[in-house]
Structure formats: structure tokens, C-alpha cells
Write a protein that binds this ligand. Structure first.
Ligand code: ATP
Length: 223
């Protein structure tokens, strides 16, 4: 199932779900920083099949998986978890977390990472209040995205939060933390728009190997 997994015994399972349409260097840089911060390798990028809370991806699942492989090929602390693409159907995080919990047993910390823009939509997620039954949530800051104001979400956050993200490593599940690492002002939407207009994103936005693949597949309006 895992395309690449270094031969180490990690202290936690850390998953970063997303559409990755395409994976950009904001994802990659932050994932590496997070792996270093937590001291956990590998950190798994987990592409969804059918995102449940947004428009359908432009690239196919196979193309998005290939771009992930190309983007992480020289970063040994990153790996890919293909379970949602292999499972088909709507990619509900709660189902994925429940499945991973079954695999890793009851004691290992499971940490699901998401950007603050995704966190702001959490109350729309399928069975969202069950997520912490299976693992922790780690919310990462993102440039130009402010902290959500939804009272229901904030009440829930306050009830489950820990002050330091590293505290998530001390228990298997049940908590949520907020973490500010490097601020990478790049989004997949912005990359798709640049490509569609005929601009080439810089190497700090899009890995050259991914850019070549996009061109070879005539993706995102490139012809
Ligand atoms: P799009 O612009 O198409 O919505 P995106 O750049 O947000 O895409 P996704 O694949 O949707 O990329 O993101 C996967 C996860 O990574 C989400 O939880 C998102 O919030 C987070 N994320 C993406 N880019 C960043 C970034 N630059 N900084 C922090 N978090 C990010």
C-alpha cells in the first residue's frame, strides 16, 4: 500500500490528507518541517480519491499519485499512503482514520494534519465529532488564512486542545493542536491558474519533475 516507507520504527503514524491537484512545494516543505518538528518519519501524504468537501479534482487519481511520487522522490522522510485512492468512493477521513487505527493497534499516536482552511470546514465533514475517537488532529497555519470564527467549531476545539503540538505524541487519540511552522504562500489553485495562463511556477512553488510531468500530460490547460 505504501509507495515508499523508510525502514524505521516510527513513534506515531502521521497522515496529511489532501487532493494534491497538484502537490506543490508548500505541501512538501511543510511536511518536511513537520516531520522534523515531531521527530517522526515517515510522514505520509494521503491523496483522496473523491474529495468529500470540494469540487472534483482536475487531474485523475493516477496522475495525482504520480505527481506525489515525483515530488517526494528525493525526500526520504516522506511517504505516500494510497489507501483512499485504492478504496474508491467518497474519501471520508473518519473512515480512513478508523482503518489506520485498526492497523496500528490501540496505543500508537495517530495524527491527522490539515491546514487551517480545511479545519474551518471541519463541521461539514462526515461524522466529524468521531474523528478524535481514532486519532488527534493537528491544524497548521497558512498564510492569508485566519483562525475560524464558527462558535461550534471553536467550542469543540477548546474542549480538546493541547497547548503544544508535541503533546499529541504522548497519547493515541482525543486531542487537537495548532502549530505554526514555515509560512509557504502557495496553493494548488494558484498553480493551476498560473499554468492555465501559460506561466511557469517557480521551483519553490512546484517541483521541476512535477512541472515536467504536468507538461507531458497536458494538464491544467497546458497544450
Ligand atoms: P486548492 O488550492 O486546490 O484548494 P491546496 O493548495 O489547499 O489546494 P490541498 O491538496 O487541498 O492543497 O491541501 C491538502 C491539505 O494541505 C489541506 O489541509 C490544506 O489546508 C493544506 N495546505 C495546502 N497548502 C498549504 C500551505 N501552503 N500551508 C499550509 N497548509 C496547506
Amino acid at each position: 500500500m505504501d509507495i515508499s516507507a523508510p525502514n524505521v520504527s516510527p513513534a506515531a503514524r502521521v497522515l496529511w490528507g489532501g487532493t494534491f491537484d497538484p502537490i506543490h512545494e508548500g505541501h512538501v516543505s511543510l511536511a518536511i518541517e513537520l516531520s522534523n518538528y515531531l521527530g517522526v518519519q515517515p510522514l505520509y501524504l494521503l491523496p483522496n480519491s473523491q474529495p468529500a468537501h470540494r469540487h472534483a479534482p482536475v487531474a485523475t487519481s493516477k496522475q495525482r499519485a504520480k505527481m506525489l511520487t515525483l515530488a517526494i522522490q528525493s525526500h526520504e522522510q516522506l511517504a505516500i499512503d494510497m489507501r483512499e485512492i485504492e478504496r474508491q468512493g467518497p474519501s471520508y477521513s473518519v473512515l480512513t482514520m478508523a482503518e489506520v487505527r485498526q492497523e496500528i493497534g490501540p496505543m500508537m499516536p495517530l495524527i491527522w494534519c490539515l491546514g487551517v482552511d480545511a479545519f474551518a470546514q471541519l463541521t461539514q465533514w462526515h461524522r466529524w465529532q468521531e474523528l478524535l475517537t481514532y486519532g488527534h488532529l493537528l491544524v497548521l497555519t497558512r498564510p492569508q488564512v485566519s483562525w475560524p470564527k464558527d462558535p461550534e467549531l471553536l467550542t469543540w476545539y477548546t474542549a480538546h486542545k493541547v497547548d503544544e503540538a508535541k503533546q499529541l505524541l504522548a497519547s493515541p487519540s482525543g486531542q487537537v493542536a495548532h502549530l505554526k511552522l514555515g509560512q509557504h504562500d502557495v496553493s494548488a489553485t494558484q498553480i493551476r491558474q498560473q499554468l492555465c495562463l501559460g506561466y511557469q511556477p517557480s521551483a519553490t512553488e512546484l517541483a521541476p519533475a512535477v512541472a515536467h510531468y504536468i507538461a507531458s500530460q497536458s494538464l491544467y490547460g497546458i497544450n
